[in-house]
Ligand binder design. Sequence first.
Ligand code: ADP
Length: 474
Amino acid sequence: MRKVLNFINGEYCEGTQGQWLDSINPGTEEKIADVVNSTEEDARLAIDAAANALSAWKSKSPERRAKYLRDMAAILKDRLDELALIESQDNGKPLSVAKTVDIPRAAVNLQFFADAICQFGQEAYHMPNAVNYTRRDPLGVVSCISPWNLPLYLFTWKIAPALAAGNCVVGKPSEVTPITASLMGEIANEAGLPKGVLNIIHGEGHRLGDELVKNPHIKGISFTGSTATGKILSQLAAPEFKKVSLEMGGKNATIIFEDCDYDKALNGALRAGFSNQGQICLCGSRILVHESLYERLKSDLIEKVSALRVGDPMDEKTQQGAVVSKAHFEKIMSCIETAKSEGGIILTGGERYGDKGYFIKPTLIEGLPMSCQTNQKEIFGPVATIQPFKSEEEAIELANSTDYGLAFNVWSENSSRTHRVAKALDSGIVWVNTWMLRDLRTPFGGVKDSGVGREGGLDALRFFTEAKNICIQY
Ligand code: ADP
C-alpha cells in the first residue's frame, strides 16, 4: 500500500504520533494509500524547516528561483501520465481530464510564475526633490492550504507564486486527495530545490489550522476551500494581523439572454454546470434563461445533460467521473432530497449511477425560487437549477441574490448589454460568451462570501510580498 508521507526539510517522514488516514479511490471505493494524519508538532517541524531555509532562499536572484521552478515544471511534464493516473484514482475525475487539464496546468503554473517573477517590476514615484521607490520583499514563511477538487492544479497555483517571490512554504494539500501534491517533494528534490524551501504536510485540516496560522514564523496564509473553513482561518489570523488570501465557495449564475448565440449558450451552460462533476468553485450552478428561450433551452439542456457519459474514470469516453468521497456523495444526495422537498422538479438525473463508486447522474432541477436552500447553498456537485427571467434587471437581481460572488457567465450578442450586465454583477469574475477561459495574468477571486484578495499574475506576487517605500530626498 502506498504511504503518503510528510515532506520536511527535503526528506519524507512519518508523523511524530504515527497516526494515519485512508485515501480512497472514489471510483472503486478501494483504499489506495495510507496518509499521515499530522499533528501540530509535525506542522511546527515543517514551519521550522521553512524558517531555517528562508534567508538563503530569499537572497537568491529571481532568475535563480525561476530556474528551480522551470526545472520542477519540466519534471512534472515528464511524469504527466503517472501523475494523471494518480490524480484520477485519488479524485474520481476522468483520466482524460487529469491528463489534459489538471497536470498540464500544474506545470504551467510553475512556468508562469517563474516567468512572472523575472518581470516583476517595482514602482518609483518622483517628487520635485526626491524619489520614492518600493521594494517588494518576500513575506517569509507562508502556509498554502489547498482543496481536493483540482488537487495538483490548485496546490501549484499557490506554491508557485509563493516560492517565486522568495518565500519558504508549508503546503497543506487536502487530506481527501493528497497523493499528487505529496510527489512534489520528489520533484523538488530532483530539481535540486534547497532543503526546507518547500515542505508538505498532510492530514485533517482542523488539527493544523492553529499552527498554520498562528505560528510566529508564518507571515501569510493562502487558502482555497470552503467558506466555513475560510471563516475559521480569518478568525485565527485577524488578531495576529496576518495577511490572508481566501478563495472560497461560489453559487454562480449562468445568464442566458434572448439575444445570445443559442448553440454557444447551450453548450456553455452544460460545461459551466457539469465540468469536473460540478466540483469547481467557478461552476454555473444556477442557470437563468430569458423566458422567450426557456422551454426550448430547457428541453435541449435536458437532452445534453442526460447524454453525458457517467462512469469509469479510466474509460476515455467518460465525461463524468465519480464525486470525490463518500461523505461528499452523501452531502450531494441529501441536497437533491432537499431540492425535492422544496418543490423542485427533477428534470433529469437525481440519483446514483451504478452501485459501486460515488457516481451521481448529472441533475437538472426546475421550479425553485431563488430564496430556497438549493439556490442559496453551494452544492459543489453535478447539480444545477434552471429558472426563467423576464428582463435584464430581473436577471441581475436574481444572479446577485446569494451570499456568494465569484464567477458569473453571461450569454448575449448585444455588446452594450454585456458590458452593462458585467458591471452590475456582484462578483470577482464575469465571463461573457465563454466559461473558464483563463489568462493567468488576470486577478482571480471573489467578493462577498466567495473570497478576500485576488490570486493570479501580479496580484499573487503582491500578496506574497510586503511593500516597503523608500523616500530619498536630494
Ligand atoms: P471542503 O469542505 O471542500 O473539503 P475544506 O475547506 O474543508 O473544504 O478544505 C480545504 C482545505 O482546508 C483542505 O486542505 C483542508 O484540510 C483544509 N482545512 C480544513 N479545515 C481547516 C482548518 N480548520 N484549518 C486549516 N485548514 C483546514
